[in-house]
Design a protein around this ligand. Sequence first.
Ligand code: 13P
Ligand code: SF4
Length: 344
Amino acid sequence: MEQELTSFSKEEIEVETDRLFVSLGKLGWTREDCEIIAPLTLEINQLKKEKNAIILAHSYQRPQIVFGIADFVGDSYGLSKAAMEADADTIVFCGVKFMAETAKILNPNKTVILPNLEAGCSLADSITAEDVLRLKEQYPGVPVVCYVNTSAEVKAVCDVCVTSSNAEKIVNNLPGDTVIFIPDYHMGRNLAESTGKKIILWNGKCIVHDEFTEQHVKEVRQTYPDVTIMAHAECDPSVVSLVDLVVGTQGMINYIKEHGTGTYMLVTECGLADRLQVEFPESKFVGTCMLCPYMKKITLKNTLDALKNPSAEQIIDLDPETIERAKRSLEQMFVVEKGPVSAF
Ligand code: 13P
Ligand code: SF4
C-alpha cells in the first residue's frame, strides 16, 4: 500500500477516503486502505490544478490510478485522441512508453511525462527502425502497417499506424492484397484470417496475451455455460478461434455497454476487469487474467514525484524529425480508418 506524510486536514482526508471508497470498495478495498492512499491522491489532484496538467491512464493501470487520479481512462486509440485534444500544458501519462511517445508526437509543444521509464512493452521492444527498413527493401511497394505498440523511431519509417480498435478496418481499406504488419505476430495472423489479405509478419509478442491458452477458455466455458468470452486481438489465433468476440480493450467495454449485465471472461490484462467490475457492478467477471509488469510500474508515488519535480528521463524527448515523420503515420491512421484509399 502506498502511503505518505500528509499536510491535509482530517476532514479533507475523510472526504477523499469516501470518494475513493465508492469505487475501490467494489474491488474489496477497505475504508482503511482508501484512507492510506487519500493523501497521495489529494496531493496529485491538487498539483494537477496548480500545474495545469492532466493525467491520461490506460485501462490496465492500477485501480487507485484509474479511479483516484486519472482525467481520462481508455485504450490506445482513445488515449491518442485525448492527447490530441488536451489543452493542458502538461500530460502525465500513466501507461507505457510507446503511449507517452504517441502523446508527445501528437502534441510536440506540450510537456509529456512518463512516471517510470521502465514501463516498456515487449511488442515495442521486438523491432527497430532498421528492421523495418530491411523489410521494406525485401518487399518494395508493400504498405507497412505499424501497430501503435512501437517506438517513435519505428513509427517514423512506417506508412500507417493502427490500434487494436481499427486495425482490421485499416488493413481492409488499404490498396492491394498484401501488407507488412509489424510487430505483433498473433495480431497479424488474426488479421490475415479476418481480412483475407496476405500479411507479411514480424515475430513480436505481447508477453501478457501470449500467456493465454485454449485450456483457460475451455475451462471457463465449461464452468459458466452462459459466459460471453472476449479475447484481445494480441492473443494466439488458437485461443481466438474459441471465443465469442475478438477486439481491443475498448471493444470489450463497448460490447458490455451495449449488451448489459452478464457473465464475462475478458482474455486480457487484469486491470480491465478491475475497471469494469467497478463500472458494471451487476456483471460477473470470471476466469483467468494476466498482469502486465510494465503497466504496473506506474504507481501513485512515482506519479506524484514526476508531477512535483520530473527528472530529465521522465520527460519524453524526441527529435523533431522523428516527431514529424512518426506523426505522418499516426495522421494516416485517422485518414485510412475513414474509408478505402486507392494509392499509398
Ligand atoms: P488496447 O487497449 O489499445 O486494446 O491495447 C492493449 C494493449 O496491450 C496496450 O498495451
Ligand atoms: Fe505491451 Fe502487452 Fe503490456 Fe500491452 S499488455 S504494454 S502489449 S506487454
